[in-house]
Ligand binder design. Structure first.
Ligand code: FRU
Length: 487
């Protein structure tokens, strides 16, 4: 089906109930619906938005086009949870129904202030010539969950020197001042971020550009986020336009961070040139973090990428969010661990322990499970796990002990996706002991390597009965100790 501009910008409110019902029926017949990830009832989900803890609950909104698996008129959809594991669908939070967000309520963030949750987002607009103009908007949610949109935007103009690619405000508080970082593109078509400050979240003052060592680093920075953790400053963003470089930047767009001393709010300087990719898998973008009441920094990402067709498109939906991850800093690097609350999902447990030499051993079955596998290399060259497997179909995660690389291979994972960007992802990692911690849902996998040193996040689209979990060692021996839970 060809999605015309008219179809993409059709409003949900203008579509009759019968049509909406038909769209949803196709979704329900999809064999790749997830069991424990946040996914849209129908249509397309993209960035997590407004991730926050407010009034005793976590709130997590997402970008949503309700009428099909394409990027069209975006709404904010609201979900909430008491434990970050079980999420309740609340409904639409922000409709793009004002002059300042006529072509989409784009991404943004949330912060509590005076017993209300302030939602700061980008209103996307287009004129008759389809030229873009962005506004930054503050909507307010009260404790009853009612959201009020303002008469006019908080920031109506793009400052001199930047194009209309100017969006995704992330707000935080330092002392008695609020700050917002916004993703931007300079007039010379390079990406950057700018900073604003405010005393009341209503009136904002432009401070200037965030000064980093990455002056020519892609053509646009989307979804910036700044936070402080264990005495460090961390700036997360999603740059577009990086060229593949060895094992790096293999996806269409990237997400990563720079880490250093805390941001100097007087000089706006954040000095560190090294960009670390947050995830090494095929499908991860536009993450956002929040602070939990006990002081953890938690990250959720979009488990998908723009401009790529996915097999669920034919069933009228696309994408889901990642599981929440807890961030910590070690040796100048972020570690990402699945939040401990996820243990609540665990059902029956099985254990496997063996030394494997030059063979593949079927150990468990499962299509939706958690697996922790600790492996020690003896004299094997390559060892690892095959999962969602049956016959030749399989997704493989392995360690190449000679090249010292972790490899995720989805060449044989089932229905192909994004093949133009390759079927393997890999990264270097040294060590004789390797721990893979997998969360496998019906059509995704999140692999935490060595307690969060690296993460590989990907969609996979295997057959429903591809349920074998196998361990293998090639070119010698490796020992395995694995625990698996049904989820
Ligand atoms: C990132 C992004 C944001 C924008 C939103 C629109 O995926 O392009 O920059 O606000 O998606 O849905």
């Amino acid at each position: 089906m060809e999605w015309t501009k008219e179809m993409r910008y059709r409003r949900l409110e203008d579509v009759d109930d019968d049509t909406v019902k038909k769209i949803r029926e196709r979704v329900l017949n999809c064999k790749w619906r997830q069991k424990f990830h946040i996914q849209p009832q129908a249509g397309l989900l993209n960035d997590p938005n407004g991730f926050s803890f407010f009034n005793g609950e976590y709130h997590l909104f997402y970008q949503w086009f309700p009428l099909g698996p394409v990027h069209g008129l975006k709404y904010w959809y609201h979900t909430k949870s008491k434990d970050l594991v079980h999420w309740e669908n609340v409904g639409i939070a922000i409709k793009p129904d004002k002059y300042y967000d006529s072509h989409g309520a784009y991404s943004g963030s949330a912060i509590e202030y005076r017993d209300q949750l302030f939602l700061m987002y980008t209103g996307n607009t287009r004129n008759d010539n389809w030229e873009r103009h962005p506004y930054q908007v503050i909507a307010v949610m009260n404790k009853q969950g009612e959201i009020t949109k303002p008469l006019s935007p908080a920031i109506a103009k793009v400052p001199e020197g930047y194009t209309d690619h100017f969006r995704d405000p992330k707000v935080w508080k330092s002392g008695d001042t609020f700050f917002a970082v916004i993703g931007a593109q300079r007039k010379n078509k390079t990406g950057c971020a700018v900073l604003y400050c405010s005393k009341n979240l209503t009136e904002w003052t432009f401070l200037g550009e965030l000064k980093t060592d990455l002056d020519h680093f892609g053509y646009m920075w989307e979804c910036p986020d700044y936070f402080e953790l264990d005495g460090n400053g961390v700036f997360v963003f999603s740059p577009q336009g990086l060229k593949p470089d060895g094992d790096h930047y293999q996806n269409i767009y990237q997400s990563g961070y720079i880490i250093g001393d805390k941001l100097d709010l007087d000089t706006l300087t954040f000095s560190d040139g090294h960009f670390h990719e947050l995830d090494r898998g095929f499908d991860f973008y536009a993450p956002q973090t929040t602070y939990s009441p006990e002081g953890r920094r938690i990250l959720v990402g979009w488990l998908g990428l723009p401009e790529i067709a996915y097999p669920t498109d034919q069933n009228n939906w696309a994408h889901c969010l990642t599981l929440p991850r807890e961030l910590t800093v070690e040796n100048g690097k972020l570690l990402q661990k699945p939040i401990q609350e996820l243990k609540k999902l665990r059902k029956e447990k099985s254990v496997f322990e063996a030394t494997i030499a030059n063979e593949t051993v079927k150990a468990f079955t499962g299509t939706s499970f958690e697996l922790i596998c600790e492996m020690a290399v003896d004299d094997s060259d390559i060892f690892g796990i095959e999962f969602r497997a049956k016959g030749d179909e399989k997704t493989i995660v392995k360690y190449d002990a000679k090249k010292k690389k972790i490899i995720l291979d989805r060449m044989l994972s089932g229905q192909p996706v994004g093949e133009a960007y390759g079927t393997r992802r890999q990264c270097s990692l040294a060590g004789s002991k390797i721990k893979f911690h997998l969360f496998v849902d019906i059509s995704s996998v999140e692999i935490f390597v060595n307690d969060g040193e690296e993460v590989f996040t990907s969609r996979i689209f295997p057959k429903a009965d591809s349920n074998e979990i196998r361990f293998f060692a090639d070119g010698g021996r490796a020992s395995f100790r694995a625990e698996k839970w049904e989820l």
